[in-house]
Design a protein around this ligand. Structure first.
Ligand code: DQQ
Length: 549
């Protein structure tokens, strides 16, 4: 690993160099996984004339770079090939719908098809001369600056294809504009959007898919039956990905979320850290739905230019409907286990009040950690202040130096030898103050980056979320993937995910350490802890060394 490149990742997807943003058109085709991505071949910053980068994989872990699938070339995309999705037609052919920035700088939707369907790597794509297939016009009243990111299309019971495109009205009503087609090439706008929500602004990168009512298996995007539907939108105004779970009425072609949406702050997020423009696909090889999300840098653009790259993808996550029916669960895909070596394993251990214990024997800069905690004296928890309704604010204000009855307890990752640098991922348990009668306890999960680096120029914002769990009979667990400059945490079986970017100056390679801690005033039990050193994956022609500096 290059001395100046301590932040490149061992197993998180990134191109060899330059700028990457949204994941585009993930799919599996003839047993090969494909990931396309928004890519600027000319530098480490975003550019409007962005292209579709492309890589392939046998296991979603090791990636081979392919030439960009396509770049601006025709009037309907001459100013940029923006985000889009793949739909696999009933005959097995994958088709890409994507947004082009046309010769008038209007956003329009285009189609591209493989030149050679017998090539499992799908190295060449051809754009239709019929492009654009969907365009803003005087009749539909769509704003040409806010019409983008077509989803995977789904086939209705009437044999017509449907697809949604993100948009918004001038008064900030977010829209999932619905289009229909019999042949995938001639599309007509439906009279009503699939869904809309006032005061949410532009909806980028919508994703609409069914989830099975039972079990964790995924279902194909057009399936209907024992399912609920999920609508995910990326809000440009907050740069977060929110989802609702609800019902899709096939007759009326509308989606009705079970609960409210974002304008009252109630919609859950796929990730409470850095994670945007995410997209799922149905993996029919392993019968699961897999989620990818763009994890942006937290460093100034000048640093990105200097290091010559910007942007990661999250580790691919399996995603499914939790038993409660009102939350999605996420978990790193099982293939991560192929990278594991030298496991450190602890059984029951008391984490005394105020203790910090090192987990030795792992490559702490490139690791997979899974720990579960048991808290006994729940009565000792402090009552949560009535004004503490914003979890991110509580996490930011109540840092590790503030002791409370129960917690903070959790992991300190990418910690330097003398603890000048560390990132802490932890829980706090409060007693409910009675405002919410359904829950006796409030569990808070935080990811605190404020001490992550001696470099003061990075964005070191702290992230946090409440976890819907009853600690009196459920285990509080934490799975954290650490990979040099990314910390990806899955709380309580994937109910809450928090991803962050950090740039330690000292906690690099062999000088990175891993600790379990309990800064509260009550003991906490570690029921079990496993930490694995992870081997490096082949990421687009590069293999980072976990230990070199
Ligand atoms: N990124 C793409 C757009 C999308 C945005 C452009 C979301 O299509 O709306 O690179 O990050």
């Amino acid at each position: 690993q290059d001395l100046n490149q301590p932040y490149r990742t061992g197993y998180h997807f990134q191109p060899p160099s330059n700028w990457m943003n949204d994941p585009n058109g993930p799919m599996v085709y003839k047993g090969i996984y494909h990931l396309f991505y928004q890519y600027n071949p000319y530098g480490a910053v975003w550019d409007v004339r962005i292209v579709w980068g492309h890589s392939t994989s046998l296991d979603l872990v090791n990636w081979t770079p392919q030439p960009p699938a396509f770049s601006p070339s025709q009037p309907s995309d001459i100013n940029g090939c923006w985000s889009g999705s793949v739909t696999i037609l009933p005959n097995g052919t994958p088709v890409i719908l994507y947004t082009g920035i046309d010769q008038n700088k209007s956003q329009v939707q285009n189609v591209a098809v493989p030149v050679n369907v017998s090539d499992p790597y799908l190295r060449e794509w051809s754009k239709s001369s019929a492009n654009p297939l969907m365009a803003p016009n005087a009749v539909n009243g769509i704003n040409p600056d806010r019409f983008r990111d077509p989803t995977t299309a789904w086939l209705g019971h009437d044999g017509e294809w449907r697809v949604i495109v993100g948009s918004s009205t001038d008064d900030r009503r977010g829209l999932a504009v619905l289009y229909k087609s019999r042949d995938f090439f001639n599309w007509t706008q439906a009279a009503k959007p699939l869904h809309h929500e006032d005061l949410t602004g532009m909806w980028e990168c919508p994703d609409f898919f069914p989830v099975s009512l039972t079990g964790s298996e995924g279902v194909e995007t057009s399936s209907f039956g024992e399912v609920k539907h999920v609508l995910k939108v990326s809000l440009i105004e907050t740069l977060h990905d929110y989802y609702t779970i609800g019902s899709y009425d096939r007759e009326k072609d509308v989606y009705v979320p079970d609960l409210g949406f974002v304008q009252d702050g109630s919609a859950p997020r796929l990730d409470y850290g850095k994670f945007y423009a995410s997209k799922t696909f149905y993996d029919d090889v392993k019968k699961r739905r897999v989620l990818w999300g763009w994890v942006n840098e937290s460093s100034p653009a000048k640093d990105d230019i200097e290091k010559g790259w910007s942007g990661l993808q999250s580790f691919p996550r399996k995603i499914w409907l939790g038993e409660s029916g009102n939350e999605l669960l996420q978990w790193p895909i099982e293939e991560i286990e192929t990278l594991r070596e030298s496991q450190v394993k602890w059984g029951n251990k008391v984490l005394k009040a105020g203790s910090t214990i090192q987990v030795p024997g792992v490559t702490a800069a490139q690791a997979d950690v899974d720990v579960s905690f048991k808290v006994k004296d729940l009565e000792k928890a402090d009552v949560i202040e009535p004004s503490w309704t914003d979890p991110q604010r509580i996490c930011s204000q109540e840092d590790l130096s503030v002791k409370s009855g129960l917690g903070p307890f959790g992991l300190m990752v990418l910690a330097s030898n003398d603890m000048e640098e560390y990132t802490s991922v932890y829980f706090r348990i409060f007693k409910s103050n009675g405002t919410n009668k359904n829950t006796k306890y409030v569990v808070l999960m935080c990811s605190d980056q404020s001490r992550s680096s001696l470099n003061e120029e990075n964005d070191k914002a702290t992230f946090g979320a409440f976890v819907a769990i009853d600690p009196s009979h459920e285990t509080i667990s934490l799975r954290t993937l650490i990979d040099h400059s990314i910390v990806e945490s899955y709380g309580v079986g994937g109910k809450v995910c928090i991803t962050s970017r950090v740039y330690p100056k000292l906690a690099i390679g062999e000088n990175a350490n891993l600790f379990v801690f309990n800064k509260g005033t009550q003991n906490v039990d570690v029921l079990s802890l496993s930490a694995w050193s992870l081997k490096s994956a082949q990421i687009n022609g590069q293999t980072v060394q976990p230990f070199s500096e």
